[in-house]
Design a protein around this ligand. Structure first.
Ligand SMILES: [Zn+2]
Length: 359
């Protein structure tokens, strides 16, 4: 047991050193818009806010990348309705606004649409290329540092015995801005800031965002760069595959297994925003080992490579008929139940606290 722990520690050190030179390891869920759409189903109180005027941004937030511009509508029409049968291999560099159309200033939209559209927004560059913490160099830069959270009790470096990553603080930050906007009567930005907070909640429901790496991804002959690349291969494969399945389900091409997990997720009881994300990370960590094993089983050992191994459309189509999918799906559904429960709990909390309902 002691030997195993020692080995784990050494491998983690090796992997993390390599991560320092490999920015871009941290993705997230992709297709946050679909995740949010399903997670909000059944929250009928949102339907009362169906004619909200889009207002220009008039808030001060010094925490964002200053080069990042506010986007209201998708500048690339080709991204608005991606063909559901097309598999996209996403990396952090993708920044693809798949499924996002948006609504321009002065026009009308709904609370539900704002939450769906802009739960993807924090992946559009606002957290990139910032200097936040020494730990960010071990978490794939400032973006990863803000979109992940490693609990104190989980193995990670450099701050082994302390929590690492600030996703809970980012969710809290945007919840505070939502409160400010709503106190001004600005419903549009109130909901858009809530959408940004939802993004971080959803990210913490993604198992690869709460555990740094795993013994399962070791490349014996290349414990540094090799293991790091292997971890990235599985991380991106997981996200891209789940995004593809959600897209197919939305188009009615496959049974709605993932969507159902989100829709039926019981709302988590929430007493505070940052506390919600911390408790979600703790829950997730109980299952990350099984998720990583199921990932290796479904995607195959070929991704455990020191080379970049992207998933391809033909591979994914074969996987849809693979029996290994059963256990993988079970783990994804567990993660999506946590994710959906977090979003629903958060919105019920916002309803009580910000909209003075059911106090
Ligand atoms: Zn993210």
């Amino acid at each position: 047991m002691r030997t195993k722990s020692y080995c784990t520690f050494i491998v983690l050190i090796c992997c993390i050193i390599a991560l320092a030179f490999e920015p871009g390891n941290a993705g997230a869920w992709v297709r946050h818009n679909l995740i949010t759409r399903y997670a909000l189903e059944g929250l009928s109180w949102l339907d009362a806010y169906d004619k909200i005027t889009v207002t220009p941004y008039s808030y001060r937030d010094d925490s964002l990348n200053p080069d990042c511009k506010i986007v209201y509508t998708n500048p690339d029409p080709a991204q608005i309705s991606p063909p559901p049968e097309r598999f996209v291999y996403y990396t952090l560099q993708s920044e693809e606004k798949a499924g996002f159309k948006g609504v321009g200033i002065g026009r009308k939209t709904s609370a539900r649409q704002i939450l769906i559209d802009y739960s993807d927004e924090p992946d559009w560059g606002m957290d990139k290329e910032l200097k936040l913490s020494k730990a960010q160099f071990l978490m794939a830069g400032s973006h990863g540092y803000r979109h992940m959270y490693y609990s104190a009790g989980d193995w990670h470096l450099p701050y082994l015995f302390f929590p690492q990553g600030v996703a809970p603080k980012r969710a809290q930050h945007f919840y505070g801005l939502a409160k400010q906007a709503l106190s001004r009567g600005d419903l549009y930005w109130g909901f858009r800031f809530l959408a940004r907070a939802i993004h971080y909640i959803e990210d913490i429901g993604q198992p690869y965002h709460t555990t740094q790496t795993s013994l399962r991804f070791i490349i014996p002959g290349s414990p540094l760069a090799g293991t790091t690349q292997a971890t990235k291969n599985y991380h991106f494969a997981y996200e891209s595959y789940v995004g593809y399945r959600l897209q197919q389900e939305a188009a009615g091409l496959t049974p709605a297994d993932y969507a159902t997990a989100l829709k039926q997720a019981p709302a988590i009881k929430v007493n505070g925003v940052a506390g919600l994300l911390k408790s979600m990370a703790g829950t997730n960590n109980k299952h990350t080992g099984n998720t990583f094993s199921a990932s290796v089983d479904l995607f195959g050992a070929g991704l455990r490579s020191k080379q970049k191994v992207p998933l391809t459309q033909s591979q994914v189509d074969v996987m849809l008929n693979n029996q290994k999918r059963v256990e993988f799906d079970r783990m994804v559904q567990q993660a999506l139940t946590l994710t959906g429960g977090g979003v629903r709990g958060f919105m019920e909390y916002a309803k009580r606290e910000l909209f003075n309902a059911d106090k």
